[in-house]
Structure formats: structure tokens, C-alpha cells
Design a binder for this molecule. Structure first.
Ligand code: NAD
Ligand code: MG
Length: 396
């Protein structure tokens, strides 16, 4: 039983991860109290969430959306206080009464509040992989310097965390780890003939075979940029480099990743593909709690397949690995160019195969610098967005 009730902020409450997080929290009112929720523009959903979970604060990033939410909450007699802007996000990630912060905003927008949570020594439940891709070095420094706890929510990284020895932060080699096997479903186009990739539609790309997720990460899964971002994420979380991470295609998404040891042991974490498992794990760690996820029926699964990932089919995976090897601001540039390219693809401004092209050309045009300050990282992010946008316009 928990010693005291933990106060939780959910950044990105209206998204796929946010909704799953609230589902797990609601199963354990004696352990967790929802202190604050945030959303970008989805008023109806956050209104409902505020009425159900009665947080002390709700943040709408958009000012006019905040005013509307405030009005509608008052009509319902709610006493939830409404804040707005990035300042509002940083505030709810830093409050004294908050112990745990779920970082589930999508994209670069999630970095400032996630960093604020680390600076204030919170337990950071990290879903927002883009934050770590952009600023891995600075972020990990803030975690260490301020005694924050970093628990991965991304299913693969949560699985790796579960399979790691307790002292992994002091070095993988010293602790007997040989390498990490990062699994990937391969997305909806794992077996699509290469010449057909050019004409796939946004609707086909967001229809993931095993997981139900937000639109951006669904497209990232189809290009396998998601796996590329995850290679980078794993390097920072587990203090290693890309040569110690092997990407394995595993179409069933039952094994969520593995750790290979020097003695020949390979540890895997398995489960149904439902994000409530890693969310519950990270909330309760080192204890275990109910998540609402059905037991894995291994007899129904019956068979597990593994294949090597083809970097020709998935150039985004190659670009991500190359940018991590290059270091500095290269991963931030990759991430920003990807956000622009995915958005353009979803708005039918570029075709599917152009996503990788826009990213590769952006990487070759934006000068790589040391990622030694947040200002430099955001400058690189902005420059990459401008460059990628120009490339998108030119290809229309
Ligand atoms: P989503 O699109 O469903 O939700 C995104 C959330 O972020 C929403 O609450 C939205 O209101 C908020 N948001 C969007 N833009 C914002 C902005 N500019 N400022 C403030 N808030 C903003 O996304 P998701 O699938 O829940 O993914 C969230 C994060 O978790 C992503 O970084 C993703 O890579 C990661 N992740 C998701 C999954 C999954 O299964 N969905 C798995 C692993 C990792
Ligand atoms: Mg993942």
C-alpha cells in the first residue's frame, strides 16, 4: 500500500496516452490524485475530464480556448482553475503538490514543461520521446542534478527498463549487458511493395495493425521514424550508443523489447499491446498495480516472428541513426523536419515517400552545432522547420 496519495499532473490529457493514463489513475483513487490536466484545443474532452477527475488546475495552451473552458466549467459549478499558455504548462509541471508528471504532449511543444518537471525533481513519466530526441544531453543532466526520477512510458523503453539490471545507469557493460533488442511492428507497410509506397494515403498510414495511437506517432510508425526516434531515446535513457541497439521487426507486438546479457541470457517483457501496462508500471514502480489490461493469452498468440529491419524500405530509420551518430543538434533538426513533413503528408501536401526526402534534405542544409543550451536547440528546431517548410512548398 502506498504511504501517501501521490499528486499527478497529466500533460496532454486529451490524447491517446493521456486518456489511458486517466483510466489507470481512476482505478486507484486511494493511491493517486489528479492535480492538473492540460490540452491544446480540445475543449469538450477536457471539460468532461475535469468534471470526472476534479483537478485543481486545467491548462489550455490556446488563450481563447482557455476562456471558453473557464466559462463552461463555471456553468457546471466546477472549482477547477483554468490557466493558459506555455507558462501554465510549466506551472502545473512544477507545483509542490505534484509528485508525478505524465509527459504526454506530442512533439517539440512538450519539451518546456517536461524539462520543468525534471528541474523540480518530479517523477517524470516520459511518453513524449521528442523531448529526449531534441535535448537528450541537457534533459538527462537536469534529471541527475535535481534528483528527478525518469520512468519510460514508451512501451519498448518501459520493457527495456523492466529487463535491465538495477544499476544500469552506471554503465551497461559494467553490469553485464551486451546489447538492447528494440522491437518494432513494422507498421502497416511492412510488406507493401516498394513501388506502391508513393501512393499510400494518410488514412492507410494511420491504421496501425496493433496499436491505437495519435495521428503523428501513427505516421511515424508507418515510416519507422518512430523506431528511429526510439533508438535515440534508448541511447539517452540507457546511457549507450546506436551500435548497442539492434532493431528487430516483430509483427505481433507481443514482446515489447529485450535485453541481451554477456552470459547468453536474453530477457524479454511481453504483454498485450495496451499502453496502460507501461503506464501502470511507471506509476507504481517498484510496486505493481492493476492496469485494466487483459491477461496475455500465449496460446492464442501461439507464434512469435522476428525479421531484420530493411533500411532501404525505411530510410527514416537510417536517417535517425545517422543523426544520433552525428550528435549535437542533428537529432533536433531531424525531429523538427519530421514534424513538418508528417503534417504536410497528413494534409496531403506531399506523398508518403517524400517524408524521408524532406528530412534528408533538411539535415544536409541546416548546419549541425553543439546542443549545449536550450536556446541553441530551439534555434536549430526553428531553422529546420523553415527549411523543411520551404522544401514542402517547392514539391507541391
Ligand atoms: P495524441 O495526438 O493523441 O495527443 C497529444 C496530446 O498533446 C493532446 O492532449 C493534445 O491536446 C496535446 N498537444 C498537441 N499539441 C500541443 C501543443 N502544441 N501544446 C500543448 N499540447 C499539445 O498523441 P499520443 O499518441 O497520445 O502521443 C503523445 C506522446 O506520447 C507522443 O510524444 C508520442 O510519441 C508518445 N507515445 C505515444 C504512444 C501511444 O501509444 N499513443 C506510445 C509511445 C509513445
Ligand atoms: Mg514505442
Amino acid at each position: 500500500m502506498a504511504e501517501s496519495i501521490k499528486g499527478v499532473t497529466v500533460l496532454g490529457a486529451t490524447g491517446s496516452i493521456g486518456v489511458s493514463t486517466l483510466d489507470v489513475l481512476a482505478r486507484h483513487p486511494q493511491r493517486y490524485r489528479v492535480v492538473a490536466l492540460s490540452a491544446n484545443t480540445q475543449i469538450d474532452r477536457i471539460l468532461e475530464q475535469c468534471l470526472a477527475h476534479r483537478p485543481r488546475y486545467a491548462v489550455m495552451v490556446d488563450e481563447s480556448a482557455a476562456e471558453q473552458l473557464d466559462r463552461r466549467l463555471r456553468e457546471k459549478g466546477s472549482d477547477t482553475e483554468v490557466l493558459s499558455g506555455v507558462e501554465g504548462l510549466e506551472r502545473i509541471a512544477s507545483l509542490d503538490e505534484v509528485d508525478y508528471v505524465m509527459a504526454a504532449i506530442v512533439g517539440a511543444a512538450g519539451l518546456p514543461p517536461t524539462l520543468a518537471a525534471a528541474r523540480h525533481g518530479k517523477r517524470v513519466l516520459l511518453a513524449n520521446k521528442e523531448a529526449l530526441v531534441m535535448s537528450g544531453h541537457l534533459f538527462m543532466e537536469e534529471v541527475r542534478a535535481n534528483g528527478a526520477e525518469l520512468l519510460p512510458i514508451d512501451s519498448e523503453h518501459n520493457a527495456i527498463f523492466q529487463c535491465m539490471p538495477a544499476n544500469f545507469a552506471t554503465g551497461l557493460h559494467q553490469n553485464g549487458v551486451r546489447h538492447i533488442l528494440l522491437t518494432a511492428s513494422g507498421g502497416p507497410f511492412r510488406a507493401t511493395p516498394l513501388e506502391e509506397l508513393k501512393s499510400v494515403t494518410p488514412a492507410q498510414a494511420v491504421a496501425h495493425p496493433n496499436w491505437s495511437m495519435g495521428r503523428k506517432i501513427s505516421v511515424d510508425s508507418a515510416t519507422m521514424m518512430n523506431k528511429g526516434l526510439e533508438v535515440i531515446e534508448a541511447c539517452w535513457l540507457f546511457n549507450t550508443d546506436t551500435s548497442h541497439i539492434k532493431v528487430v521487426l516483430h509483427p505481433q507486438s507481443v514482446i515489447h523489447s529485450m535485453v541481451a546479457y554477456q552470459d547468453g541470457s536474453v530477457l524479454a517483457q511481453m504483454g498485450n499491446p495496451d499502453m496502460r501496462t507501461p503506464i501502470a508500471h511507471a506509476l507504481a514502480w517498484p510496486e505493481r498495480i492493476e492496469s485494466g489490461v487483459a491477461d496475455l493469452d500465449i496460446f492464442e498468440v501461439a507464434k512469435l516472428d522476428f525479421e531484420i529491419a530493411d533500411l532501404n524500405r525505411f530510410p527514416c530509420l537510417r536517417l535517425a541513426i545517422e543523426s544520433m551518430d552525428a550528435g549535437g543538434t542533428a537529432p533536433a533538426v531531424l525531429n523538427a523536419a519530421n514534424e513538418v513533413a508528417v503534417d504536410a503528408f497528413l494534409n496531403e501536401q506531399i506523398d508518403f515517400t517524400s517524408i524521408a526526402r524532406v528530412i534528408e534534405q533538411t539535415l544536409s542544409r541546416v548546419e549541425r552545432r553543439e546542443a549545449d543550451s536550450l536556446a541553441t536547440i530551439f534555434e536549430a528546431d526553428e531553422q529546420a522547420r523553415e527549411t523543411a517548410l520551404a522544401l514542402v512548398k517547392r514539391s507541391r
